[in-house]
Structure formats: C-alpha cells, structure tokens
Design a binder for this molecule. Structure first.
Ligand code: COA
Ligand code: ZN
Length: 301
C-alpha cells in the first residue's frame, strides 16, 4: 500500500439495511453484495448474527451467508455479539467477524443489553476462537462522538474501549459516529487521542453517519491525520434502531468521488458502484438521495 491507498469497507448490506422496515428478500441482498463486489469493493460486511428480535431485517443471516458466492480476494465480515452468534456464523461459513460495543454505557445497554465491561467478557472467548481459526476480526466502538442517551462522549472513553478491544486481539477497531454529530474538530480530537495513546493508523477505521452533512468533511480531516480506512454504505442507507435520530451512513459513492479528487487509490469503479446503488434504491422503492448518486460522476463536456 502506498500512502495514498485507501481501504473502503462497505457496510451497506449490514448497517445500511438493518434498520429498514420493508422486508428485503435474501436474493435481493445477495444481488446487492454481488454488485458491490463487481464494483471492486474488497470488504463487504454481509450481515449480522444477532437476535432476530433485535434486528428482524437480518434474521436471514444464516441463509444469506451460506448462499453467498464468495469471490476470491473479497472479505465478507459479519457481526457477532456473543457465543450464540459465533455458533450461527460458523455454521454458515463465516471467516471474518466483528464484535461491537460502544464508548457510552447507555447505548451499550440499549443496543446489546450489556455493560461495556460485560461486552468485553462476552467477546473474549469469541475472539479467542476466531483467532485460533485464523479468522480476521474487527471491533466496533459506537457512539464515539456522541450518544443518543448520554450526550457528549469524552475521548478518554473511546481510547479506553479501543485499547481493550485491541488487547482482546481484534485486527482493527472502527470508531463510529453512530448518530452523525461529529465535525472535523471532533475527528482531530478523538483520532488525535487514539494516535496519542499509541494506536497505529493501520489499526483504525472511521465510521461516519451523514445525519448532519458532515461525513465527507470528517473523512477529509481524517485523511490529513493519516487514517486510511473508511466505512461507507452504497446508496447512503443506514441507521440503528437503538440510535434514535441517526440517519444514513456516509454514502460509498460520495466517498469514492472525494477519494478520486484527492488522488487516493481505492480500487472501486464509480460507474459500477452506481449500478449497486440503483439496485438497492429500487429494492427499497425510493429514489437515490445521495449527492453523487444524483449528480453522477463529473463528465467533461
Ligand atoms: N443470534 C440469535 N439469537 C440470539 C443470539 C444470537 N446471536 N443471542 C441471543 N439470542 C436469543 C436467545 O436465544 C434468546 O432467545 P429466546 O428469547 O427465544 O430464548 C433471546 O435472543 C435473548 O437472549 P439473551 O441472551 O437474554 O440476550 P439479550 O436479550 O440480553 O440480548 C443481544 C442481547 C446481544 C442478543 C441482543 O441485544 C442483540 O442481538 N443486539 C444486537 C443489536 C444490533 O445488532 N444493533 C445494530 C448493530 S450496532
Ligand atoms: Zn453505523
């Protein structure tokens, strides 16, 4: 990787769809994942092995993962909150998992019914098994920039949770602005604290929601800080039932456009990505509302 290479970690099939009320067929999700891989995405978070009562939209996780046609060179991580999730994911053929907790106690309780400390205890055996099998793993730190229940979240809490996850053996942590409240100064503050605590840029991903239109500015600030992995959702869908007020993720097409203008290599073809974006908008029965989704790429006259 050169210094200008960026990893785009696609969360559309998981974060993007988990809060959609319209039931989406497994086939439509599988087609979405195929189109994302066609566009050049190499990390596609496919689904979640969580309680189907907590996230009904992803209740088909087992069928979906088992039916997925895996492309060589593409990683398909899945969310796993506990031992039961690991068992289900294993049966469906997973080889890359994400555990998820948060920087605020109130959100962690609402989302996974655990304290942050309990979440670490639940993840320890899960991550140990994953490591023994040679699986890739990631840990999410949600509400790192603000909590829908507690409000402001201090960077010390984010650093503490990120370090605990790394100590449990995750390959990287994804620092999430779950409700979309951060601006560039917050990114400098939180990422500065993480780097200052000795966490390497390569161990960090940033996960922005575009609730207030600041996601792309936040990516730009993070690029300046040396961060090279960004989560995004094709079509700009996204949200969490336990994060009231959250809107869609940063749209992958908006991210790709920015990275192209910044001269960053990322391996994703914008025209092919738009096919995936239109597919999912069609499945959801609404027009594509992302900036680049509406304007398209810049074609010289
Ligand atoms: N997969 C499927 N079912 C699961 C499960 C899993 N990974 N973990 C628990 N369950 C089931 C249990 O079997 C039990 O079912 P039953 O009531 O029919 O017997 C029920 O869920 C409750 O189990 P319990 O262990 O008491 O969990 P809980 O009610 O404390 O919920 C979580 C904890 C983590 C399972 C739940 O909060 C959850 O799935 N949260 C995920 C939220 C999410 O995905 N948010 C978006 C991502 S940020
Ligand atoms: Zn998210």
């Amino acid at each position: 990787m050169t210094d200008r290479d960026v990893r785009i970690y696609e969360v559309g099939p998981r974060d993007g769809l988990q809060n959609e009320a319209t039931p989406i067929s497994t086939d439509a999700k599988l087609r979405f994942i195929d189109l994302l891989a066609d566009a050049g995405l190499r990390e596609i978070e496919a689904t979640s092995f969580v309680s189907p009562r907590a996230i009904p939209q992803l209740a088909d996780a087992g069928e979906l993962l088992a039916q997925l046609t895996r492309r060589p060179g593409v990683r398909y991580p899945v969310l796993v909150p506990n031992a039961r999730g690991l068992e289900r994911a294993t049966a469906a053929g997973a080889d890359a998992i994400c555990v998820f907790t948060a920087a605020s106690e109130a959100f962690t309780r609402a989302n996974i019914n655990m304290t942050i400390a309990e979440s670490m205890s639940a993840f320890r055996p899960v991550l140990q098994d994953a490591r023994e099998r040679g699986w890739w793993s990631r840990g999410y730190v949600s509400t790192a920039f603000g909590c829908p229940y507690q409000g402001e979240v201090g960077e010390a809490a984010v650093v503490g949770v990120a370090r605990e996850l790394l100590a449990l053996g995750v390959d990287e942590v994804s620092i999430g602005d779950t409700i979309g409240v951060a601006g560039p100064a917050d990114v400098r503050r939180v990422v500065g604290a993480l780097l200052g605590a000795g966490i390497a840029p390569a161990q960090l991903a940033l996960h922005f929601h575009d609730t207030r239109g600041t996601a792309i500015a936040n990516v730009s600030a993070a690029l300046d800080l040396g961060i090279r992995t960004f989560d995004a959702s094709t079509g700009g869908t996204g949200g969490c039932p336990y994060a009231p007020g959250a809107a869609g993720n940063l749209a992958t097409e908006d991210l790709v456009y920015l990275l192209d203008r910044e001269g960053c290599a990322h391996g994703v073809d914008l025209d092919a990505l738009m096919v995936a974006a239109h597919h999912i908008a069609g499945v959801l029965g609404r027009p594509l509302s992302t900036k680049v989704g509406q304007a398209g790429a810049w074609r010289l006259p």
